[in-house]
Design a protein around this ligand. Structure first.
Ligand code: NAP
Length: 256
């Protein structure tokens, strides 16, 4: 049993859908005060009303500094400070390099990697004020562990997040704040559904536990990193993928 997060102030970016919504649901169930942030207000409104608990929302583009700073400051004002930041928002357009416009590369980097820096930078003064803080970044197995055609930019951004947390962990230690990353495998979300049923079926077949992950599988790992009990872990990452990166070959899967 982890020490309660009841009453703690938590931000989840990308909390209107998918993994972010799963993280927000897990924290709200613990009695935390939640702000979910994303660009589409209708989706935010719907998620905030459907997730049971103390949930508000902020419209925010995580790739834009002014937008991120306003979202973090407004949240701290509304929730009596900030204790946990889950920087989860991300995008994964699939385009092979030969067809990729360089602008798409920049957009993916801004949404996935620059955003991690912006959210952490905006949160630092609030962690300093609280005397303590927790950051959980949503990375991926794609990039750090695996490759997939069409995701050169995505994989680079997700590996970049892991590079970022190493130095961030050192700088944040001054504010008694830890930063760690969750690395999901294939998790059943709206974003993943957009890739089509063939993709979902092929992926499920390549996972030793023989199913896609649930968004709350990631929420539970984020909750652990945010807990008092994880207070001596920083700059680290955990893979949550049903064993997907383990098989050495296709034959290895057939042996199961
Ligand atoms: P999703 O279902 O497409 O949801 C993405 C969320 O991020 C939405 O709330 C979206 O809202 C928000 N978002 C996207 N761009 C944004 C921006 N510029 N500013 C603010 N919010 C933004 O995606 P998901 O599958 O849950 O993925 C969430 C995270 O998990 C991503 O970082 C992704 O890389 C990572 N991940 C996912 C999987 C998987 O299998 N699903 C696996 C590994 C890693 P708006 O569009 O309204 O802004």
């Amino acid at each position: 049993m982890l020490t309660s997060l009841r009453g703690k102030s938590v931000i989840v970016t990308g909390g209107s859908k998918g993994i972010g919504r799963g993280i927000a649901t897990v924290f709200a169930r613990q009695g935390a005060k939640l702000t979910i942030a994303a660009r589409n207000e209708d989706n935010l409104k719907k998620a905030a009303s459907e997730i049971e608990g103390d949930v508000r929302y902020e419209v925010c583009d995580v790739a834009d500094w002014d937008s991120v700073k306003a979202m973090v400051d407004n949240t701290a004002e509304a929730q009596g400070g900030l204790h946990v930041l889950c920087a989860n928002a991300g995008a994964f357009p699939q385009t092979k390099m030969i067809d990729m416009d360089p602008a798409e590369w920049d957009q993916v980097m801004a949404t996935n990697l620059r955003s991690s820096f912006l959210c952490v930078k905006a949160a630092i003064p609030h962690f300093e004020k609280a005397g303590k803080g927790r950051v959980v970044i949503t990375s991926s197995i794609t990039g750090p562990h695996t490759g997939f055609p069409g995701w050169a930019h995505y994989g680079a951004s997700k590996s970049g997040q892991l590079g970022f947390i190493k130095t961030a962990a050192m700088e944040l230690s001054r504010y008694n704040t830890t930063i760690n990353a969750v690395m999901p495998g294939n998790i059943y979300t709206e974003g993943l559904q957009d890739l089509g049923q063939d993709y979902l079926d092929t992926m499920a077949a390549s996972i030793p536990l023989k199913r896609l992950g649930d968004v709350e599988d990631i929420g539970n790992a984020a909750l652990f990193f945010a807990s008092d009990e994880a207070g001596y872990i920083t700059g680290q990452q955990i893979v949550i993928d049903g064993g997907q990166i383990l098989p050495e070959s296709l034959e290895a899967m057939e042996e199961i």
